[in-house]
Design a protein around this ligand. Structure first.
Ligand code: WTA
Length: 635
C-alpha cells in the first residue's frame, strides 16, 4: 500500500483529543470562532432525529462572511471573476458588502420578510454570491437552482418552496453558447401567482421580454442605500433550501440552519485547506450544488479568502483553460471533481506540463470516489508531488466535509483513493444490513452516529420523509446511502452509492426521478434506469424502456426521448443509451429488480433470481448490455 506522508500541516494533537472526549463541548468551542450577538444557552438540543445547535444564540451568515472581514481589511480581494468570453472583474470585501447591502435593501422594498423563500437561478457570476448573502442578511431563505436544470425542474422547486421572488439573468455562457435563463424562468413560473417579482440581472444583454413583475437588477439597486444592518437571527433560523435527488421520484428540499451550519463550514474550511491570508483559492463547483454553497460562498468568505470564480466550461475555449486560469491568478489551492480530472487526463500531460502550475500548494477533490489512478495523476502531474491530495467525502445533507485529510490541523498521511479519517467531532461506523458494526476491511453501509453541526434541519415541509429517508433504516443512526470500508488504520474507502442514486459527472440524480421523466412521455409504458461505469463521467445513464401499444421503436423516437428528459429534468440528465425492451425484469410482486440490473451492468453475478416473474426479460437486458459494452469498447 502506498503511503504518502506529507510533512506539511499543523500538528495540533489537542483538537482531536478534545473532540473525542466530548464532541458537543468540542463543537461549542469551534462555534466561538463565529460572531454571535447573543450567546447560545444550549449547545445541542437533540430530539432524535432533529438536532438544533447553539439554541438561544443569535448570529447572521452575511455578517460573518462580510462585515467581520471588512472591519479588519476592507480592501482585501474577495473575487477574481473570469467569464468564458475572457471578461474579468475584481471585487473586494468592501465592494461585496456594498452590493449585498443594496440588494438586501431592494428585497426589503419588494416586501421580503424574514423566512420568505427566494429562488436564485443565475450563472456563475458575482451576483450569485451577492444574492445569497443579501437573502441571508435579512433572514430570507435562499434556494439556488443549478442553471443546467430545465423549466419543469425549476417549476417543481419554486412551487415546493413557494418562492416569492426569483433572481435570474438574461443569459449565461457555457461552451460558447448562450443559455437564455430568463426565458426558462418565464416558462417555469407560468401561472404560479405567488411569485411576486423576478429580478433580472443584465449579464449577456440578449433581448428578453419584460412584464410588470420583472425588475431589472441595476435599476432596482441603483437608488438603494449602501448600508443594511445584518439582522441577527436565531442560530436555528433556516439559511437555505437546496434540492437534491434521492430514491424517490421527487427531489428533496434539504434545509440547513444558520449557527450550526456556519460553524461546521468555518472549521472544516480551515482544517481542509489550511487557508492563509496570501492564498488564492479556486473551487470549480457551481454554486447550484452544495459544494458551491459551503466552499465557494460561506467557507472562503468567512475566512476572508481571495478566490477565483469562473463562469463557463473548464475546457473552453481551449482544453488548457483551467491551467491558464491557475497560472493567470497564481492559484494556490484547487478544489475540483474526479470527473473534471478524468477529462483533463484525457487531454494528455502536455497541457499541464507546459503551464506554470508552480503556485499550487494544495489539491482537493469532492463529489465521487476518486480512482487511485486519477489520484496519482493529480498528485504527480498537477501537484508535482509537492501538493497533498485532499479527498473530501460529504453530502448535501451533511452541510460540510465529514471525512477528509486535514492539513490545517495535523500532519497528514495519504492513501490514494481513500478520503482518510472522519473529521474531529464526527463519529462514523460501517455497519451491516442489521446495523451491526462490521470488522475492518469489509464492505458495509456508512452511518453517522451522533448529530453534527452541519446536519440538515429536516426536509423542507416534510419531517416524515426526513425521518424515513435518513433515520428509518437504522435506529438513531443517520443512513448516508453510501457503501464504505474501514481499513485497519481507520481509513475510510468510499465505494459509491448503496441506493438508487447516480453520480453522473458528479451530479446527483435519482433513478426514480429519471424513470418518472421517461414515463411522462406519451410513448413510454414503463422505464428502468441504471448507471454503468463510465471512464470520464464516473457513471453513465442507461435506460430500458417498454413502449405503449401502438408505438414502434425508431431512432427518431430515441432522439425525442432524450430531448424529453432534457426538458423535463435538464441537460445534465441526458441518458447515454436507450434500449427498447418488451419486458422489464420484475419480481412477482411487480417491482423492478434493480439489484439484477446493477449486477448485469457491472458484470457481477446476478445472485438469486428465483423471485423473477419472467426470466426471458433478463436475456433481453443481457443482450442490451453486451451490445452496449461492444459500443463502448469501440469508442
Ligand atoms: C458521493 C456532494 C466518494 C457520495 C458534496 C455521497 C463521494 C454523494 C465523495 C453526495 C468522495 C461525495 N468520495 N464519494 N470524496 N464526495 N461523494 O449531495 O456518494 O451532491 O453520498 O454532495 O456524493 O452528493 P452531493
Amino acid at each position: 500500500m502506498d503511503l504518502y506522508n506529507i510533512g506539511l500541516g499543523n500538528n495540533d494533537l489537542k483538537t482531536r483529543a478534545a473532540a473525542s472526549q466530548d464532541h458537543i463541548k468540542f463543537w461549542e468551542s469551534q462555534a466561538e470562532s463565529l460572531y454571535w450577538s447573543e450567546r447560545w444557552h444550549t449547545a445541542l438540543e437533540w430530539n432524535p432525529p432533529f438536532a438544533r445547535w447553539f439554541v438561544g444564540g443569535k448570529t447572521n451568515a452575511s455578517y460573518n462572511a462580510l462585515d467581520r472581514i471588512v472591519q479588519k481589511n476592507p480592501n482585501k480581494k474577495a473575487i477574481f471573476w473570469e467569464g468564458e468570453d475572457g471578461a474579468t472583474r475584481v471585487l473586494t470585501y468592501k465592494d461585496l458588502l456594498v452590493e449585498v447591502s443594496k440588494l438586501a435593501n431592494a428585497l426589503k422594498t419588494l416586501g421580503v420578510k424574514k423566512g420568505d423563500r427566494i429562488t436564485v437561478y443565475l450563472p456563475m457570476v458575482p451576483e450569485l454570491i451577492i444574492s445569497l448573502l443579501a437573502c441571508a442578511r435579512i433572514g430570507a431563505i435562499h434556494t439556488v437552482i443549478f442553471s443546467g436544470f430545465s423549466a419543469k425542474s425549476i417549476r417543481d422547486r419554486v412551487d415546493d418552496s413557494k418562492s416569492k421572488i426569483i433572481i435570474t439573468a438574461d443569459g449565461g455562457r457555457r461552451r460558447g453558447t448562450l443559455v437564455k435563463l430568463k426565458d426558462v424562468v418565464d416558462e417555469a413560473i407560468q401561472g404560479l401567482d405567488f411569485v411576486e417579482n423576478v429580478i433580472v440581472l443584465e449579464h449577456t444583454h440578449n433581448p428578453i421580454s419584460f412584464t410588470a413583475r420583472d425588475k431589472k437588477w441595476n435599476e432596482l439597486v441603483s437608488s438603494m442605500e449602501p448600508f443594511c444592518d445584518a439582522e441577527m437571527l436565531d442560530s436555528t433560523h433556516p439559511l437555505y433550501i437546496l434540492y437534491t435527488s434521492g430514491t424517490t421520484g421527487k427531489p428533496k428540499g434539504v434545509l440547513h440552519g444558520t449557527g450550526g451550519y456556519l460553524t461546521h463550514v468555518f472549521s472544516t474550511f480551515q482544517w481542509i485547506f489550511d487557508i492563509k491570508d496570501s492564498d488564492v483559492y479556486f473551487c470549480t463547483a457551481d454554486i447550484g450544488w452544495v459544494t458551491g454553497h459551503s466552499y465557494v460562498v460561506y467557507g472562503p468568505l468567512m475566512h476572508g479568502a481571495t478566490q477565483v470564480m469562473y463562469e463557463g466550461a473548464l475546457d473552453y475555449s481551449t482544453p488548457a483553460r483551467i491551467w491558464e486560469i491557475i497560472s493567470r491568478y497564481g492559484v494556490t489551492i484547487l478544489y475540483t471533481t474526479p470527473t473534471a480530472l478524468r477529462m483533463f487526463m484525457k487531454y494528455g500531460d502536455d497541457l499541464p506540463n507546459s503551464s506554470d502550475l508552480s503556485s499550487l500548494r494544495l489539491l482537493g477533490t469532492v463529489g465521487e470516489p476518486i480512482n487511485p489512478r486519477v489520484w496519482k495523476w493529480y498528485f504527480t502531474t498537477i501537484g508535482k508531488e509537492r501538493c497533498p491530495i485532499i479527498d473530501t467525502w460529504w453530502q448535501t445533507e451533511t452541510g460540510g466535509a465529514m471525512i477528509s485529510p486535514l492539513p490545517g490541523l495535523e500532519t497528514i498521511h495519504l492513501k490514494p483513493g481513500s478520503a482518510s479519517r472522519p473529521i474531529p467531532g464526527v463519529c462514523l461506523s460501517i455497519v451491516d444490513e442489521n446495523g451491526k458494526a462490521i470488522p475492518d476491511d469489509s464492505k458495509g453501509y456508512l452511518v453517522i452516529e451522533n448529530p453534527w453541526p452541519g446536519m440538515l434541519l429536516t426536509l423542507w415541509g416534510d419531517d416524515e420523509k426526513y425521518k424515513t429517508v435518513y433515520w428509518s433504516k437504522y435506529k438513531n443512526m443517520y443512513y448516508a446511502g453510501d457503501y464504505a470500508i474501514r481499513d485497519k488504520d481507520g481509513y475510510i474507502w468510499m465505494l459509491g452509492r448503496a441506493d438508487d442514486v447516480l453520480k453522473v459527472a458528479g451530479h446527483r440524480l435519482g433513478t426514480a426521478e429519471l424513470e418518472s421523466g421517461f414515463v411522462s412521455h406519451k410513448a413510454v409504458a414503463e422505464a428502468a434506469v441504471c448507471g454503468i461505469p463510465h471512464d470520464v463521467k464516473g457513471e453513465a445513464i442507461i435506460a430500458f424502456l417498454v413502449l405503449k401499444d401502438g408505438y414502434t421503436q425508431s431512432e427518431q423516437l430515441k432522439k425525442d426521448l432524450v430531448q424529453h428528459i432534457r426538458t423535463t429534468i435538464g441537460p445534465i440528465a441526458s441518458p447515454d443509451q436507450l434500449y427498447f425492451v418488451t419486458k422489464l425484469p420484475k419480481t412477482r410482486s411487480g417491482k423492478i429488480m434493480r439489484r439484477l440490473l446493477k449486477a448485469l451492468a457491472q458484470d457481477e453475478k446476478t445472485g438469486d433470481i428465483s423471485t423473477l416473474e419472467d426470466e426471458a426479460s433478463v436475456d433481453e437486458i443481457k443482450a442490451a448490455f453486451a451490445e452496449l459494452k461492444q459500443t463502448l469498447a469501440k469508442s
